[in-house]
Design a binder for this molecule. Structure first.
Ligand code: ADP
Ligand code: MG
Length: 264
C-alpha cells in the first residue's frame, strides 16, 4: 500500500490581484498562473521521498494535490491504482506542525489519530505504543504549552503514526525547530521509517535533510515548476556526505542545481 503515481499533472491558479504588483510581476490581474507543468513521478510503496525546490515553486501545491485537498487542472494522481478525488483520512495523513490542539493533553491529541480503532483496550495500547515510540512516556498528561518545541513535534509525529496511514505527508516538518531538535527529529523520522516503511513524502528546503533521509530525491524548479531531478538513493543509513564520496558529489550537484555556491 502507498504506491503513488503522478501523471501529466498540471496546476494553475487565476491571479486574483486587482492591480499589478509591480513592473517585475509577470502576471496580469485575472491572468492564469501556471504553477505545475506536466509533472510525472512514481513513488514506490514504503519509499521516503524528499522534495526539494526553491520557495514558492509549488512543492506544497503538489502535496495538496496528492492529499486531495485541491484538484488538478489536468492530469491525475493515483494512489494504489485509485484516482485521488478528495481527502482521505484513512490512507493519507498530513503531518502539520503546530497541529496539536492546545486544550488537549498529549494523550488526547494522539488519541485523535486512532479514532478508527473500535476496541477501547486496543486503542489505549496503540496510543501508548506511539507515545513511547517518540520518547514522550510520562508526558501523556502534559498539555502542548508544557512541552518544548521538539517535544511538541514528537507528539505530532506520534499522532501521525497512530493514524497508521498508507501515506504520510510532511510539509517542512522541521520548520521552527532549533538545530539540535531538528537533527533529533530527523533521526527519529528516519528510524521510524526504517521500522514502519510507510510511503513518506517530505518537503524540505534543507539539502542535507534530503540527502540523509531520502530513498528518493526530487528537485522541482522553474516557473511553472517541472521536475529537475528524480534520483533514487541506495545509500545505507546512517549516511554522511563527508565520508561517502558519491553522496558528497550528489550534495554538490544539488547545491549547484538550487543555485547556491556553498563554498563561500
Ligand atoms: P512552495 O511550497 O514550493 O513554497 P507553494 O506550492 O506554496 O510553493 O506555492 C507555489 C505558487 O503557487 C506560489 O507562487 C503561490 O503564490 C501560488 N499559490 C499557491 N496556492 C495558491 C492559491 N490558492 N491561489 C493562488 N495562488 C496560489
Ligand atoms: Mg510550501
Amino acid at each position: 500500500m502507498g504506491h503513488i503515481l503522478i501523471q501529466d499533472l498540471c496546476k494553475s491558479y487565476r491571479n486574483r490581484r486587482i492591480a499589478r504588483r509591480g513592473p517585475r510581476d509577470p502576471y496580469q490581474p485575472g491572468e492564469i498562473m501556471w504553477i505545475l507543468d506536466n509533472i510525472n513521478l512514481e513513488f514506490h510503496e514504503g519509499e521516503m521521498v524528499c522534495l526539494l525546490g526553491p520557495s514558492g515553486c509549488g512543492k506544497s501545491t503538489l502535496l495538496r494535490l496528492i492529499a486531495g485537498f485541491d484538484g488538478a487542472t489536468s492530469g491525475e494522481v493515483t494512489i494504489d491504482g485509485k484516482k485521488v478525488i478528495g481527502p482521505s483520512s484513512n490512507h493519507i495523513f498530513v503531518f502539520q506542525h503546530s497541529g496539536l490542539l492546545p486544550w488537549m493533553t498529549v494523550w488526547q491529541n494522539v488519541e485523535l489519530g486512532v479514532r478508527n480503532v473500535e476496541d477501547a483496550r486496543a486503542r489505549r495500547e496503540k496510543i501508548q505504543e506511539n507515545i513511547d515510540m517518540v520518547d514522550l512516556t510520562d508526558f501523556e498528561q502534559h498539555y502542548p504549552h508544557q512541552l518544548s518545541g521538539g517535544m511538541k513535534r514528537r507528539a505530532e509525529l506520534a499522532r501521525a503514526l497512530a493514524a497508521n496511514p498508507d501515506v504520510l505527508i510532511m510539509d517542512e516538518p522541521f520548520n521552527g525547530l532549533d538545530f539540535l531538535s531538528h537533527m533529533k527529529i530527523r533521526e527519529e523520522i528516519v528510524n521510524m521509517h526504517e521500522l514502519l516503511r510507510k510511503t513518506t513524502l517530505v518537503v524540505t528546503h534543507d539539502i542535507d535533510d534530503a540527502l540523509l533521509m531520502g530513498d528518493r530525491i526530487v528537485v522541482m524548479g522553474g516557473r511553472p515548476a517541472q521536475v529537475k531531478l528524480n534520483r533514487q538513493l541506495d545509500f545505507p543509513h546512517p549516511r554522511d556526505p563527508k565520508k561517502n564520496a558519491a553522496l558528497g558529489d550528489l550534495r554538490d550537484e544539488l547545491f549547484l542545481m538550487l543555485g547556491v555556491s556553498y563554498a563561500v
